[in-house]
Design a protein around this ligand. Sequence first.
Ligand code: FES
Length: 352
Amino acid sequence: MANKVSIELDGVSLKVQAGITVKKVMELNGYKVAKYPEPASLFTPCETGGCWSCAVEVNGQPQRACVTSVSDGLSIRTVLPDNYVPRRIVTGFSGHQVGGVGTPWYLKSAGGYIETACFAAGCNFRCPQCQNWDITYQSQGRPLSPREAAERMTEARDKFAVDRMAISGGESTLNRRWLLEYVRELKQLNSDPKARIHVDTNGSILTKDYIDELVEAGMTDVGPDLKGLHLESFMRITGIEDQDLAERYHSTAWEAVIYLTEEYKGRVFTGVGIPYNRKLISVQEIGMMGEKLSKIDPELQVCVLDYRPEFKKLNLVKPSYAEMVEVHRILSGKGLKTVVCQTKYGHIGPST
Ligand code: FES
């Protein structure tokens, strides 16, 4: 039949529309596909080819279900072989002078390189003002195994003579097995007590058991970004249109901050990120976020990022220095002891 191709899906012969993705074929044939991790589901959080969470076997090779099109004679096995090594597109591996929200504030003003960072492609958010969109939506390039990425990061640590090693993105947590193995490998290659392994994340799938596993693997620092208190702001900032999904991501991120504070204070350094641009979130809401965070732990480091015109939101105006001073004043006024505000002139720190 025209435009139809013959394929095999887990041993079952099918005729399907030519050119549709493997993910679509699975959906059409009753397989569960999810954007929040669920048991017995194909997890497809980014759908742009970066994270490799959706890997299946196609003609004997691992391929991404979200971006691989079907053609005549294709054979798909949805269960990967036991010896499958996870992979992910990761770039960067270079020195950084500023760090992320999970970098202790006093290091930010120390000058020179303070950490090395790599960036994982693929994100489950669609922030219209994404500041890392070129990395986030990257789908080409050889994906790295956890070991390869850990070796590159260790080389970068040596080269830039730092102790902190960060992974950011995109969203670093999407491919759970890959991230856990990467942190374990990194810990093994950097077993000295000075080594710090920092995970920068939007926190949206960072459940308690995931946090436990990351800490067990070797994570020492974490920077969850909370993109709003109200769901409406969260959806505006993240570009997520599905309200149920947005609710799950939003509540998981807030619960992650609570759990990190209750379970790991003193053991894992936690720095929380908050976005600010008055077109995206009001100062009143920023104040309410400050109040909530102060109740969780007044000693939490809270870093406010001044969202600038970027990606699809070139009409944004970068917050003025005076606005960031005001945001700093509001958050400090809620009892938070470590508020850091990013501005065009550098950071406003707790003692300013
Ligand atoms: S969901 Fe397919 S690569 Fe991320």
